[in-house]
Ligand binder design. Structure first.
Ligand code: SF4
Length: 243
């Protein structure tokens, strides 16, 4: 699931500016409690924006997406640092030690198989996301913005896309792609702005990361958000490769 290019529309420009400003202002005060709240606020903004857009311009065809359909959970997923940190902290807070240990092993195994691959190289392998459980997302409420953006009117197109390395075009609802892709990109940009304004040099927030590699780094720390704030966590090895 790569980050689709936001459409050049008036609302995406306004959404970009609004999210970027809010995130930039909050960056210097982010901590273990405020980071999760900010991500939930950004998700709520995306959901409300999409609801309004859908009321005025609904999908031309019904979406095929539904519980248990997870073709799109077998491609590369790009995230900002705060999305990765929020998911990692949620996993640490909710999983018992054995389950967390097993998940960390699955994440490491996938990262070993796919590290440094392009979106296309990763897509052909069609390996499931380590957060996928029984064909359902185990972190659904905090799933990345690119996962929220992904949608399709035809599950067969999604299945075929996996076999041809994402060359097949999936017919989808553009507003859903635009809203969440815009928020994801604006979040990373806002973090970079905020760090620059506050003179924070460590752990640059503007990086786009590959999900498994980023979670592997974050889950290696008992308190990853504090670790990032303190400049201890280095996400550079998780940088996503374009292409
Ligand atoms: S984070 Fe969840 S929705 Fe996104 S690819 Fe992984 S399992 Fe699927």
């Amino acid at each position: 699931m790569n980050d689709p290019d936001p459409q050049n529309t008036a609302y995406s420009a306004a959404l970009t500016q609004g999210v970027r400003d809010v995130v930039a202002k909050a960056t210097s005060t982010l901590n273990r409690s405020s980071l999760g709240a900010m991500v939930q606020d950004l998700i709520a903004v995306g959901d409300a924006t999409l609801t309004t857009l859908a009321a005025n311009d609904p999908p031309a065809e019904a979406l095929a997406c539904g519980e248990g359909c997870a073709h799109c959970c077998r491609v590369q997923v790009h995230v900002s640092i705060i999305e990765a940190l929020n998911i990692a902290q949620g996993l640490i807070d909710s999983l018992v030690a054995d389950d967390l240990s097993a998940l960390k092993s699955r994440i490491a195994a996938l990262d070993d198989q796919t590290h440094g691959m392009t979106h296309k190289e990763r897509g052909v392998l069609a390996l499931p996301c380590p957060l996928l459980k029984d064909e359902r997302c185990s972190v659904y409420d905090t799933r990345p913005f690119v996962c929220r953006a992904a949608n399709s009117v035809d599950a067969e197109q999604c299945r075929v896309m996996l076999t041809d390395g994402a060359d097949t075009q999936v017919t989808s609802y553009e507003h859903q792609k635009t809203v969440y892709a815009t928020i994801g990109a604006a979040t990373a940009a806002g973090l970079a702005d905020g760090q620059q304004a506050a003179g924070i040099e460590a752990a640059p927030g503007g990086m786009v990361l590959e999900l498994a590699a980023a979670l592997r780094i974050a889950l290696d720390h008992a308190d990853p958000i504090t670790g990032w704030v303190d400049g201890v966590l280095d996400f550079d090895p998780a940088k996503a490769r374009r292409g």
